[in-house]
Design a protein around this ligand. Structure first.
Ligand code: ADP
Ligand code: MG
Length: 240
């Protein structure tokens, strides 16, 4: 579904991605773990074309992202993204945040977009908040709206960049529950997270990033239970 091959990315003299390879199968959930600054966000941003890598390539299905022959806007719409800080439009209601993409980018008729958005607000447990403005919502509620907004585009895959890191502890669970539900429905996902218990439970594979490379990848029981790489062992010993 998504394949990254030899991704390199530098910001000026700072080399942030040093050759990242990852293949994510359809329906697979991959959790990205690693210290702050290891390159997780940059990697996710390259996966959906928010950031252009200096070399290497990303394939969505069989189509190269950023290829000269590719309709990149169309292709990028197939990959949803959920950010740490929600990035809702503050002047739009929850429902209007959710319908904006389908109406503007996919030319979905308004009534249909709204009907689908109502189903999505129910899916994320916010049926009664459809007309609320973002400032009236808690962080957990805003993040659930952001997930509904990404789902409204009917993406083939979803990327989550530390979706619970900006939340008060009591709101983490409601957001993880929604992500879990979407995963069970078969969505392909890459999730950068510091929630190790969640990663262990939800991931088909866990990838450990350190200094711009994936140093170890494997099933969660092995990554958390029998890590091979010294740096992964050190990382886990600090946080678990
Ligand atoms: P993580 O998400 O794992 O914390 P990031 O991908 O955000 O890591 O950052 C990796 C490194 O790249 C950090 O040193 C960060 O300061 C740097 N970086 C990220 N984005 C930019 C940018 N737009 N310009 C310059 N440096 C950046
Ligand atoms: Mg980050």
């Amino acid at each position: 579904m998504i394949a990254a091959r030899g991704l390199h990315k530098s910001f000026g003299a700072l080399e942030v991605l040093k050759g990242v390879d990852l293949t994510v199968d359809s329906g697979e959930v991959v959790c990205l773990i690693g210290a702050s600054g290891s390159g997780k966000s940059t990697f996710l941003r390259c996966l959906n074309g928010l950031e252009r890598s200096n070399s290497g390539e990303v394939l969505i299905g069989i189509t190269p992202l950023m290829g000269r022959e590719t309709d990149n806007n169309k292709l990028r719409q197939r990959i949803g993204m959920v950010f740490q800080h929600f990035n809702l439009f503050n002047h739009l209601s929850a429902l209007d945040n959710i319908t904006l993409g389908p109406i503007r980018l996919k030319r979905t008729p308004k009534a249909q977009a709204e009907a689908e958005a109502r189903e999505l607000t129910a899916l994320v447990g916010l049926a009664d908040k459809a007309h609320a403005m973002p400032h009236m919502l808690s962080g957990g509620q805003k993040q659930r709206v952001a997930i509904a907004r990404a789902l409204a585009m009917k993406p083939d895959a979803m990327l989550f960049d530390e979706p619970t890191s900006a939340l008060d502890p009591e709101m983490v669970r409601e957001v993880l529950d929604v992500i879990r539900k979407v995963a069970r429905d078969g969505m392909t996902m890459v999730i950068a997270t510091h929630e190790m218990g969640f990663a262990r439970e939800i991931a088909d594979r866990v990838a450990f990033m350190h200094a711009g490379m994936i140093h170890e990848i494997g099933p969660p029981d092995r990554i958390f239970g029998a890590p091979r790489e010294k740096r992964l062992q050190e990382f886990l010993s600090k946080i678990l």
